[in-house]
Design a binder for this molecule. Structure first.
Ligand code: SF4
Length: 278
């Protein structure tokens, strides 16, 4: 949950997630709809799907207990080397290295190395057999609080005596933000609204149906901007008459039922705003 999201934002989601799915067994039997609904607002929904698939696997193959071996953890959906090793070292105190943004920067400067493989190798040579979790945690803290990305506090650094690049500034190029406009339609009939099941970015969730805007189209009735990875997306909602409905992907929903279905946050905000204004 903390990927690309701040702790303060995550806490209420984390607590309500655990109330809803207190263990792997509860998560494994939940429907995808329930899982996406509980994750709604956190974005990056593939994480929710991976957790769901992981719960099923843990139930089926590991008797409901998360494996404590990093290699086996890596077989779980969405679990890469960093996540597997982080779980193994922090939850089970296993002597495995971890390389994430903070430790990567620290090790790159300390050993004057760059490639990912060299960083993992260096981390592997340092991690001790005793208290590896505490060691890895300290390494992350050192990177996060002393070996800062822009102005490293080399004077206060406890490992400055070993550092091959004291004071070196490593600048990471920020990816450029791409702007996109996405047009969608508000189609209502009495107390119902037409929604379409997403197949890509928000797979499985329900959004306003796409709308092809032409130069002759009337102006949108709603416009808002939201970020998505390195994109800045302008969501424009147009009023549309009933017209043709794609029965394979589109469905009518009662307005009163919208709270129970997973809707991506930008679309939910637009719908709520439009209904309030109506
Ligand atoms: S001496 Fe400076 S650059 Fe080297 S590890 Fe410490 S803070 Fe980072």
């Amino acid at each position: 949950m903390l990927q690309q999201t701040q702790v303060a934002t995550v806490l209420p989601y984390y607590n309500s997630w655990l109330r809803r799915f207190p263990n792997f067994a509860a998560l494994a039997v939940a429907t995808e709809n329930d899982v996406l609904h509980a994750w709604q607002g956190l974005g990056y929904y593939s994480r929710a799907r991976n957790l769901h698939a992981t719960a099923k696997l843990v139930q089926d193959r590991h008797g409901g207990l998360l494996p404590n071996d990093a290699e086996i953890l890596r077989e779980l959906p969405g679990v890469g080397r960093y996540t597997a090793n982080a779980i193994a070292t922090f939850a089970f105190d296993r002597s495995v290295p971890i390389v994430e943004a903070n430790t990567a920067r620290l090790l790159a400067r300390l050993f004057n190395i760059e490639s990912r493989d060299a960083l993992w190798n260096a981390a592997g040579t340092l991690v001790p057999k005793r208290n590896p979790g505490r060691f890895n945690s300290a390494l992350m803290d050192l990177g996060a609080t002393i070996c800062l990305s822009r102005n490293p506090k080399c004077g206060a650094c406890p490992v400055k005596g070993f550092c091959r690049a004291p004071g070196l500034r490593i600048r990471k190029q920020r990816p450029t933000t791409k702007r996109l406009i996405e047009n969608h339609a508000l189609v209502t009939s009495r107390n119902k609204i037409l929604l379409e099941q997403c197949s890509n970015r928000w797979r499985g969730m329900w959004m306003l149906p796409p709308f092809i805007a032409r130069s002759t189209s009337t102006p949108p009735i709603h416009s808002s901007v939201f970020p998505f990875t390195n994109h800045q997306i302008t969501l424009r909602v147009h009023s549309r008459r009933r017209g043709k409905i794609d029965n394979r992907r589109q469905r009518w929903f009662d307005r009163s039922s919208l709270n129970k279905i997973p809707i991506p946050s930008p679309h939910r905000r637009a719908i709520e705003q439009l209904f309030r204004a109506a």
